[in-house]
Design a protein around this ligand. Structure first.
Ligand SMILES: Nc1ncnc2c1ncn2[C@@H]1O[C@H](COP(=O)(O)OP(=O)(O)OP(=O)(O)O)[C@@H](O)[C@H]1O
Length: 277
């Protein structure tokens, strides 16, 4: 099974007697682009904490990049996993130059001090910023960027160490329509890049899934409701069960949309019999 980048086997995470994740088994293979969907409190962030080796399971096993969690040097492992998450990662300081906000990932620091960076690192940081539509921002400070620009800079930063797994926690969360679509266009291009790392993107909204996602996992109350190829999972009845409301899911050109399903028509009362002539 050399292709598995991440493998969870019967993972349970328990806190204060509550199962945040229960019996979760999940395999993410090379070349795959996953989306994890679920309502508030479903356990998505907890799952990302496990996938990024920031949390150990109460029960079950986790194999990340070929190493069993609990038996490896976490520093080496974390270097190989890129994470963008408002909960799991800190944002660069507001006065940090954008180029520095990206290149400092090579030293796992936030806020450039007197570390020395090779030209090749600075060029890589600039290239990544260019790839995410931020070429004109390299000399700006992080605090002056819009929310959409910050998200893109943080993705470039997460890619600086050339990770084998990229975890994106609601990358389009809080963005306006234009910024969301700009980000999704870049993530779509990224998903199509054969040398881009395996990606797991967490979202509450099907509209925020970029084209090119290959697999989906639905989480509800800490349990996996469905996991597999995106076309087999993104079905109205499955999403309805996941979010606990009747949903109609539609797709067009690789993008998804969700709306409340129209209630089933009520049976009509029988027409009165015609009066005798
Ligand atoms: N230490 C804890 N003790 C008890 N319950 C906890 C603890 N930490 C988290 N939880 C609960 O576990 C559940 C899962 O949390 P998690 O943050 O993983 O969900 P989520 O799917 O990411 O939610 P959201 O979409 O709202 O960010 C939530 O109901 C949360 O309140």
């Amino acid at each position: 099974m050399p292709d598995a980048v991440l493998r969870l086997d019967k993972v349970t995470v328990r806190r204060d007697g509550v199962d945040l994740l229960r019996d979760v088994s999940w395999v993410v293979n090379q070349g795959e682009r996953w989306v994890v969907l679920g309502p508030n409190g479903a356990g998505k962030t907890t799952l990302l904490q496990i996938a990024s080796s920031r949390l150990f399971p109460t029960a079950g096993t986790v194999d990340l990049l070929g190493a069993r969690l609990g038996r490896v040097n976490l520093h080496d492992l974390r270097y190989r996993v890129g994470v963008v998450s408002p909960v799991l990662t800190d944002a660069p300081p507001p006065d940090e130059r954008v180029l520095d906000a990206v290149v400092t990932a090579g030293w796992s620091v936030l806020g450039r001090a007197d570390e020395a960076y090779d030209d090749v690192d600075l060029r890589r940081a600039a290239d990544l910023l260019g790839q995410f539509g931020c070429r004109g921002l390299v000399e700006r400070t992080f605090g002056t960027l819009s929310e959409g620009e910050r998200k893109r800079v943080q993705i470039a930063r997460a890619l600086m160490t050339d990770p084998e797994l990229l975890l994106l926690d609601e990358p389009a969360g809080g963005l306006d329509l234009g910024a969301r679509e700009a980000l999704l266009r870049l993530l779509t291009r990224f998903a199509a890049d054969p040398v881009a790392p395996v990606t797991v993107l967490v979202s509450h909204h099907v509209e925020e899934i970029p084209v090119g996602v290959t697999h989906a996992l639905l989480l509800r109350r800490g349990q996996v409701l469905a996991a597999g190829p995106v076309a087999e999972v993104m079905l109205s009845e499955r999403l309805s069960a996941c979010f606990g409301i009747p949903l109609e899911i539609t797709s067009s050109a690789g993008r998804y949309a969700a709306r409340l399903a129209a209630p089933a028509p009520r049976p009509r009362p029988p027409a009165p019999a015609p009066a005798p002539a």
